[in-house]
Structure formats: structure tokens, C-alpha cells
Design a protein around this ligand. Structure first.
Ligand code: RIB
Length: 298
């Protein structure tokens, strides 16, 4: 797609290199700490910008150094950040991410300014949505704002893409029904639907439940098993590229953005592009730092 608006979160990521993820009650030592621009919304906006899509972002940061860094990184790939509110006396969002030796992670987000994105902000930035082809959202800002924005975008005839993370079991049916594309991973799909997602057949059956609520296409990211796309036209399974995973942070965000960038009506072609982009992202460290250019993906 040509023009996108991302509505969502911006976080400063504190990534800790660890031998294994801590068990409940366990204390472990980290081998290193890096600070990187992240946040599911900002990662998607950054990836869209870097992949060559005209992109703007609606969100909220503090007037702290982190807020300036997060906006600056988006601007470095051409993302219009004038829809991002800068709030005094509120810290920018932060995320604490241990990454183990196999590249797996756990993420704890301290929302900060992300919790203050309101429906009024969406109204203020309505012209941005009117001018876009596609609106991309996740769930790290208040759910009422996501729902408000999704309904507005839908009423304006825009393509709505929802990354339902962090997953919640009480996602409003109305929001699911607004999504032309929804991209849960298997764990998120199980939380969203209350159904098992261990096998590809489980995922297909669970995805059908989202179709019944009005979603156009469910794209279930399956990590090393690739992606399963389920729509009323049928089911497509795209296997993953074989890569050595170094850090899976933001691979899903990169996938969603690359799909949006490549989608011109052919879902399978866009999924191939997105799968390749995500494969590169997992082979590099960090969130936005791991995102490739369109040339690298091709
Ligand atoms: O999807 C990865 C992102 O989740 C991280 O960058 C972190 O900030 C959290 O939002």
C-alpha cells in the first residue's frame, strides 16, 4: 500500500542478553544491556518508512530524552511524527526485554505516555486517516482509543490492519469485525479465541472464529513454521525461511509492516515479502535496529 498511518505505542527498549529467560522466583545475571528504539506501533511505523511506504504515526511520548530519541529514529526513515503528542511530566513508554541465547524473549512494558492516547487525539488527527490507504494498530494504547480509531477508519473506507498484541481474551467483537487483516501469533490466537493453537489445523479452526466475527483475513504467525492465512477464500500456508535466530524482538512488527507495504490485492505475494522481511529481522539484534530495507528483502 502507498500511504499508511500507524496508531500505537512508542517504547525505549532495554534489552538484556541472558543465557535463559528467568523462571518465576529465579534471579539470573545478564551478560549485557542495550537500549534501542522500540514499541510495537513505532516498530511498525519505522519498518513501513524504511521499506519505502509514506507513513505517519499517531501516538504519545514524554518530553524526556527517550521521547526525542524515539521520534528522531522514526524521522530518520521519513516517518511523519507530527501526529505524536509530546506530554510534559509523563515518561515515555519503556520495555524491559531479556533475550536468551536462542533469540527468544519476554517483554514487560511500562506504558507511560502510551496510556494517554485518547479518542480526542484520533479526532484531532482525522485528516491523516482520511488521506491514508491503510490504518495499522496494535494494543499497547488504551483499547477504547483503538476501537474508536478502527471504527473511524472503517467508516472512511480505509484498510484496517490489527496486530492484537499484547493479547487479551476480552477483545471487543466490534474491533475484530473492523479488521480487514488481523495478525496474531499462535499464543495470541489461543488467548483471543479460547481455542487450542498447537497444530496448523487448530490454528485454522481458531482463525475461523475470528472470520465469523467479521475479520477479512487472519494471518497467524507461526515462528519457525511460517504463517497461515485464513480467509473466506481459503487457507494458505507460507513456510518460514531458514535462518539462525539471534533476537526475535519486533519480527512480528516487521512482518505486519512488510505485509502492508507489499499488499496490492495479492495476499500470498505480500505474505512472501513479509516472511522474508521477518526472517531478516530475527537474524539481527534489537527492535527497529533489526529491520531491513526493501532491497535486502527482495
Ligand atoms: O514487538 C516488540 C516490541 O514490543 C518491543 O519493541 C517492545 O517495546 C514492545 O512494545
Amino acid at each position: 500500500m502507498k500511504k499508511a498511518v500507524v496508531i500505537g505505542s512508542l517504547n525505549l527498549d532495554y534489552s538484556l542478553a541472558v543465557a535463559h529467560l528467568p523462571l518465576p522466583g529465579e534471579t539470573i545475571l545478564a551478560q549485557g544491556l542495550t537500549m534501542n528504539p522500540g514499541g510495537k506501533g513505532a516498530n511498525q511505523a519505522y519498518a513501513l518508512g524504511k521499506l519505502g511506504c509514506e507513513t505517519s504515526m499517531i501516538g504519545s511520548v514524554g518530553t524526556d530524552n527517550a521521547g526525542a530519541l524515539l521520534c528522531g529514529n522514526l524521522e530518520s526513515v521519513g516517518v511523519d511524527t507530527s501526529g505524536i503528542k509530546r506530554l510534559p511530566d509523563v515518561p515515555s513508554g519503556q520495555a524491559f526485554i531479556p533475550v536468551d541465547a536462542s533469540g527468544q524473549n519476554s517483554i514487560i512494558v511500562l506504558s507511560g505516555a502510551n496510556a494517554l492516547v485518547t479518542p480526542r487525539d484520533i479526532d484531532r488527527e482525522k485528516a491523516r486517516i482520511e488521506q491514508a490507504d491503510c490504518v495499522v494498530m496494535q494494543l499497547e494504547i488504551p483499547i477504547e482509543t483503538v476501537l474508536y480509531a478502527a471504527k473511524l477508519a472503517k467508516s472512511l473506507g480505509k484498510t484496517v490492519v490489527l496486530d492484537p498484541a499484547p493479547a487479551r481474551s476480552d477483545l471487543p467483537d466490534e474491533l475484530i469485525g473492523c479488521a480487514d487483516f488481523i495478525k496474531p501469533n499462535e499464543t495470541e490466537l489461543a488467548i483471543l479465541t479460547g481455542r487450542p493453537s498447537e497444530t496448523i489445523e487448530d490454528c485454522r479452526e481458531a482463525a475461523e472464529l475470528l472470520l465469523q466475527k467479521g475479520t477479512g483475513t487472519v494471518m497467524v504467525s507461526l515462528g519457525s513454521k511460517g504463517v497461515l492465512a485464513v480467509s473466506r477464500k481459503g487457507t494458505v500456508h507460507i513456510p518460514a525461511r531458514k535462518v539462525k535466530a539471534v533476537d526475535t524482538t519486533a519480527a512480528g512488527d516487521c512482518f505486519t509492516a512488510a505485509f502492508v507495504r507489499a499488499y496490492e490485492g495479492d495476499t500470498e505475494k505480500a505474505l512472501q515479502f513479509a516472511t522474508a522481511a521477518a526472517a531478516i529481522a530475527v537474524s539481527r539484534k534489537g527492535a527497529q535496529a533489526s529491520i531491513p530495507t526493501a532491497e535486502e528483502v527482495k
